[in-house]
Ligand binder design. Structure first.
Ligand code: ADP
Ligand code: MG
Length: 615
């Protein structure tokens, strides 16, 4: 039995563990170290997670759910501004909770359930790789997540069948991965992912990570760089070929994938080739099939993304301002997120930092830009380290995080009275004594709030309960009520109200801020367990079907291209094998499909050997 650390990202997720005292990233069943945080439900009742879901996103937009992390633990009225751009439909239930419509399964899902599918895949892949049961996990969350978003993330883990040891802040995890917990330091974490940009400034001392400031841009990430490149490619292609590629969803899907690949290539190469033969096989103008062949240079890429690159500057300056620090106060800058691999982004960070520094300071990158770990893996490694610490495998003090927001209650005048201040180290327990406003008062309503603002209306109401049967008082006395806030290491809160004389009390656990209640979670856990085996079988078949379909499509194009150079018998045999796969697909029989897929692979390999000999 072992444990894992999960970076449940908006775009990509990563799973890591500790083996022989050393953290390492576990590759998924497709062999990649990162897994797209995408879940798709197909018409023939299959669930796809990760790369396979991503591959079919353009052609199945209503049932392909990405960026679900943007909605977890929030209510519909808290997210409206982002909804317009989504290809899938979001609705709300009678409690104002977000549900995601899934036409393929003719049902709705909560964000927790969809996130649980991602967590389940990571866990299953880890089990397979480690050849061990995996039962416990640490999951990371953005530093700015509120109590409800935190609880919802824990619920997602539970639905996936895991015991969640702890949830920790992403920048804290990344700093931990770099071993920055050992010294007293001020760290800036620059996290540019796929869809979001987070800047955090942390102060570390005595194993306590204090978040001094968090800023960012929830609508800025690597996907935007892809989009710019895609638009640029579309423009060129449409003009040259005199048709509109947007009318061909499958072609657009290939172009989308190629654009991201090209972007990644350009992080290590000055230029890259985009080659998409038969991008449009049957043009609506009745003409010849169209191909796309183009060279993209890093210079062009930087030019079309210049605005995005510059947008990264402001949040950094804002974070420093919020933390009341100057660049020279920073001991380390930690790069997190796949998009910090873009050379122009590194350059930007360098310029922000060194522009302002005394020239006598040696601009040695290793001191300032901490990038000894893959930036897209640092968070998962930190989560695994935290799990190792909690499991007692790593001899280190416990890491402590702090509350991201202040917590308190509503008092007279619609004012929020804080009971636990933000940045209090957790776990923590605080109480305050209040008096009733009139001697006749028999009951009080306790409204629990979260936020930094003075007035109730500007903060978030996260729970509400009553304390009844307060004894009546004489005219010149008032009942005294102690209100106690207990917050545990995950940032989850229990609020208790007690009348001093009678000791009568009531309490709520602010797990209820979660959009799901306990019975709902339990039934989802049961469902998930019940279907786990079935799901696994289904997934194996789904993976094989997609692989075989993609391979058959690709090979068909390839042999059409090669037709003049290969002999007719080989050509027909391969055509037949491709047709066999297509015949086998609807039967949903793993064995039959596997054997026809293997047969096509065998024939293609034979052909490759023949062609090599010929040349
Ligand atoms: P998130 O934390 O938002 O889930 P990641 O940190 O994994 O996501 O970042 C994903 C983004 O990083 C994607 O847009 C991906 O294309 C981009 N990315 C990954 N590797 C590279 C690379 N070598 N060069 C440029 N961008 C990259
Ligand atoms: Mg991330």
């Amino acid at each position: 039995m072992t444990y894992i650390g999960i970076d449940l990202g908006t775009t990509n997720s990563v799973v890591a563990t500790i083996k022989d005292g050393i953290p390492y990233v576990i590759p998924n069943s497709e062999g990649s170290r990162t897994t797209p945080s995408i879940v798709a439900y197909t018409k023939n009742q299959k669930i796809l997670v990760g790369k396979l879901a991503k591959r079919q996103s353009v052609i199945n937009p209503k049932n392909t759910f990405f960026s679900i992390k943007r909605f977890i633990g929030l209510r519909k009225n808290e997210i409206d501004t982002q909804l317009k751009k989504l290809p899938y439909d979001i609705i709300e239930d009678s409690n104002n909770n977000i549900k995601i419509k899934c036409p393929a399964f003719n049902t709705v899902f909560s964000p927790e359930e969809i996130s649980a599918q991602i967590i389940r895949k990571l866990t299953d892949d880890a089990k397979l790789h480690l050849n061990e049961e995996v039962t416990k996990a640490v999951i990371t969350i953005p530093a700015y997540f509120n109590a409800s978003q935190r609880q919802a993330t824990i619920d997602a883990g539970k639905i996936a069948g895991l015991e969640i040891l702890r949830i920790i802040n992403e920048p804290t995890a990344a700093s931990l991965a770099y071993g920055l917990d050992k010294k007293n330091k001020t760290i800036l974490v620059f996290d540019l992912g796929g869809g979001t940009f987070d800047v955090s400034i942390l102060d570390v001392s005595d194993n306590v990570f204090e978040v001094l400031a968090t800023t960012g841009d929830v609508n800025l990430g690597g996907d935007d760089f892809d989009k710019n490149l895609i638009s640029w490619l579309i423009d060129i292609f449409n003009k040259k070929e005199n048709l509109n590629i947007l009318d061909y969803p499958k072609s657009l899907q290939r172009l989308t994938e190629a654009a991201e690949q090209a972007k990644i290539q350009l992080s290590t190469h000055e230029e890259t080739e985009i080659s998409l033969p038969f991008l449009i096989t049957k043009p609506k103008d009745g003409g010849e099939p169209r191909h796309l062949n183009l060279t993209v240079t890093r210079k062009i890429f930087e030019k079309i993304n210049n605005d995005l690159i510059n947008r990264c500057k402001k949040p950094v300056e804002q974070a420093l301002l919020d933390a009341k620090l100057d660049v020279s106060d920073l001991d380390d800058v930690v790069l997190v997120g796949g998009s910090t691999r873009i050379p122009a982004i590194k350059e930007l960070i360098r310029s922000i930092i060194f522009e302002k520094l005394d020239e006598s300071i040696n601009p040695d990158e290793s001191v300032w830009l901490n990038n000894s770990i893959n930036p897209d893996e640092a968070v998962a490694i930190g989560a695994a380290l935290q799990a190792g610490i909690l499991a007692g495998d790593l001899k280190q003090m416990l890491l402590l995080d702090v509350t991201p927001l202040s917590l308190g209650v509503e008092t007279i005048g619609e004012v929020m009275t804080k009971i636990i201040n933000r940045n209090t180290t957790v776990p923590a327990s605080r109480f305050k004594t209040f008096i009733t406003s009139s001697h006749l008062q028999r009951s009080v309503e306790i409204n629990v709030l979260q936020g930094e603002r003075e007035f109730v209306k500007d903060n978030q109401l996260i729970g509400s309960f009553y304390l009844n049967d307060i004894p009546t008082q004489t005219e010149d006395s008032r009942a005294q009520i102690d209100i106690t806030f207990d917050i545990n290491e995950n940032g989850i809160l229990e609020v208790k109200a007690q009348e001093k004389k009678t000791k009568r009390h009531t309490a709520i656990l602010i797990e209820n801020t979660s959009t799901l209640d306990d019975t709902m979670i339990q039934s989802m856990v049961n469902d998930a367990e019940k279907y786990a085996e079935q799901d696994k079988e289904k997934r194996k078949l789904a993976e094989l079907s997609t692989q075989a379909t993609v391979y058959a499509d690709d090979m068909e194009k390839e042999i059409e291209l090669l037709k003049p150079t290969i002999n007719r018998y080989d050509f027909l045999q391969i055509k037949k094998a491709i047709q066999q796969i297509r015949n086998d697909l609807p039967s949903n029989n793993f064995k039959t499909l596997k054997s026809s897929y293997d047969e096509l692979i065998r024939l293609i390999n034979l052909l490759k050997i023949k062609l090599k000999k010929k040349n």
